[in-house]
Write a protein that binds this ligand. Structure first.
Ligand code: AMP
Ligand code: GLY
Length: 430
C-alpha cells in the first residue's frame, strides 16, 4: 500500500487530535508537525518552522519528502498557503485563499449567503469612514440587541452584541480606537441578533462532493452558565441533541449544498473542512458564521467519534474522490473539558508543572498550551490541556470526562464545571 508523508501545520489541541487520528492510518508514512506541541511529538516529529513563511514551508516539504500538507489554523489558509504550495505541485488539505474568504471576510460571507439564498441574519455593511451612517442605520432600526462585527480575522475578538444605542456608540468609538482591530474593522457588518441555540456542523468537501462529518456544541464564554468574556472555546460535546436527523437533512439541503455549489459558481471551489456555525432559531437553522477549518475544541470530540481513516478522507478530498466515501460515526457521546490557566483570556501565568497525566487510562488528553522543560510538562498558554472522554449517554460522557479532569492538576488551573449543560437539559426534557 502507498504511504504518505504528512506535514501538519498548527500547535493547538486541535492539531494534537488530528495528529492522534492520522497516526491510526495505515496510509501514514512519516508525520511532521510544525510547530506542534509536546502532545503531537508522541505521534511524529515536531519541526520549528514559521508557518507564515510559505517559502520556508515549501523548502521543508521538498527536502523532507512530504506528500501532503494538512493545515490546522485559519491564518495561513486565509493568507493563501494552499495556493502557494499547490502552485509548486504540493498537495494540500485546506481551502485556497478565495475559498477561505468564507471565514476571512464576514462581508464576503454575508453577501455570498444573500446571493445564494442561504438563511442567515439580516445585515448591512459599512466602511470605517461611515461609522456615523452605521449609527444612523442602527438608531432608525431601533431593535436591540444588535450585533456589530469586524469584517476580517480578529481572533474571536471582533464581535459585539449591543443592547442599546448608548452601547452601540461606545462600541463604535472603542473599535475606532483599538489599533489591534483597525485592520479587521476597516469594514463593519451590522447584523440582526438571532435568538436560539448554537451548534457547529463539520463538513469535508472536495469542491464538488461534501459530507457532514459530525456536529458539536462549543462553550465560548469563560464562566459557568455562559457568562464572562469570550474565549477560543472552553469545552465541547457531541452529538448535541439540539439537532436531529430531520434538521440535519434541512441543513444539508438549505445550507451546505448551496454553499458548496455557490462557491463553485464563484470560481472558488471549497476544499477541506468547512465549519458551519449555526443558530437553531424558531424559523429554522441559520448561519452565524463559516470557518475554513476544524473548530478547537470541537475537533477533539469529533475525531474520536469518526470510524473512517482520516488520512484516507483527506487524500480523497485533494483528489476529488469524496463521492467514493461515506462517513462512519460511532454511537457514543463525547465531552471535552478545556483546562486553562487562571486569568485566561486575559493575563495569566505560565510554567506551572502539570501532574497526573500518567494516571489517565480511560480518557484522551490533547495538549494545547504546554511545553516540556527538564523532562516535565508545564503550562505554556491560556488553554493548556483538553480532556476528552466518552459514554453511551451524554451524562455518562460528561461524568467520565470530569472524573479524568480531577486526576490532573497544576497551580492556577481553571475549567468550566458545566460543559454540556444545554444538552443535559434537552435530554432530561425528552
Ligand atoms: P462569530 O465570530 O460570527 O461566530 O460570532 C461570535 C459569537 O457571537 C457567536 O458564536 C454567537 O454566539 C454570537 N453571535 C454572532 N452573530 C450573532 C447573531 N447575529 N445573533 C446572535 N448571536 C450572534
Ligand atoms: N471553538 C471555536 C472555533 O474554533 O472557532
Amino acid at each position: 500500500m502507498d504511504t504518505y508523508n504528512v506535514l501538519l501545520i498548527g500547535a493547538g489541541g486541535r492539531e494534537h487530535a488530528i495528529a492522534w487520528k492520522l497516526a491510526q492510518s495505515e496510509k501514514l508514512g512519516q508525520l511532521f508537525i510544525a510547530p506542534g506541541n509536546p502532545g503531537t511529538a508522541l505521534y511524529g516529529k515536531n519541526v520549528k518552522l514559521d508557518v507564515n513563511d510559505f517559502e520556508a514551508v515549501a523548502d521543508f516539504v521538498n527536502k523532507s519528502g512530504v506528500e501532503l500538507v494538512v493545515v490546522g489554523p485559519e491564518d495561513p489558509l486565509v493568507n493563501g498557503i494552499t495556493n502557494f504550495l499547490r502552485d509548486r505541485n504540493i498537495a494540500v488539505f485546506g481551502p485556497e485563499k478565495n475559498a477561505a474568504r468564507l471565514e476571512g471576510s464576514k462581508e464576503f460571507a454575508k453577501e455570498f449567503m444573500l446571493k445564494y439564498n442561504i438563511p442567515t441574519a439580516d445585515f448591512a455593511v459599512f466602511g470605517s469612514m461611515d461609522y456615523d451612517d452605521a449609527l444612523k442605520f442602527i438608531s432608525l432600526k431601533d431593535t436591540y440587541p444588535i450585533v456589530l462585527k469586524a469584517d476580517g480575522l480578529a481572533a474571536g475578538k471582533g464581535v459585539f452584541i449591543c443592547n442599546s444605542e448608548e452601547e452601540v456608540k461606545e462600541r463604535l468609538l472603542s473599535i475606532k480606537k483599538d489599533k489591534t482591530l483597525s485592520e479587521a474593522a476597516s469594514r463593519l457588518v451590522v447584523e440582526e441578533f438571532m435568538e436560539g441555540e448554537e451548534v457547529s456542523v463539520f463538513v469535508i468537501s472536495d469542491g464538488h462532493t461534501s459530507h457532514i462529518l459530525h456536529y458539536a456544541q462549543d462553550h465560548k464564554r469563560i464562566g459557568d452558565g455562559d457568562t464572562g468574556l469570550n474565549t477560543g472555546g472552553m469545552g465541547a460535546y457531541s452529538p448535541a441533541p439540539v439537532l436531529n436527523d430531520e434538521l440535519l437533512e434541512q441543513i444539508q439541503l438549505e445550507i451546505i449544498d448551496p454553499t458548496i455549489t455557490g462557491m463553485q459558481l464563484e470560481e472558488s471551489a471549497y476544499t477541506g473542512i468547512l465549519y458551519v456555525g449555526l443558530m437553531i432559531t424558531e424559523d429554522g437553522p441559520k448561519v452565524v458564521e463559516y470557518n475554513c477549518r476544524f473548530g478547537d475544541p470541537e475537533c477533539q470530540v469529533i475525531l474520536p467519534s469518526l470510524n473512517n481513516d482520516l488520512l484516507d478522507l483527506m487524500i480523497a478530498s485533494t483528489e476529488q474522490r469524496l463521492d467514493e466515501k461515506s462517513i462512519q460515526i460511532d454511537d457514543k457521546y463525547r465531552c471535552c473539558v478545556v483546562l486553562a490557566s487562571e486569568g485566561y483570556p486575559q493575563k495569566y501565568e505560565k510554567r506551572k508543572v502539570i501532574s497526573g497525566l500518567n494516571d489517565i487510562d480511560d480518557a484522551l488528553i490533547f495538549h494545547a498550551g504546554t511545553a516540556q522543560i527538564d523532562g516535565k510538562i508545564v503550562s505554556n498558554g491560556g488553554r493548556v490541556l483538553n480532556v476528552v472522554s466518552s459514554g453511551k449517554t451524554l451524562r455518562g460522557a460528561i461524568d467520565n470526562t470530569y472524573d479524568a479532569v480531577k486526576k490532573i492538576s497544576f497551580e492556577n488551573c481553571y475549567y468550566r464545571k458545566d460543559i454540556g449543560h444545554k444538552g443535559l437539559k434537552r435530554v432530561s426534557n425528552l
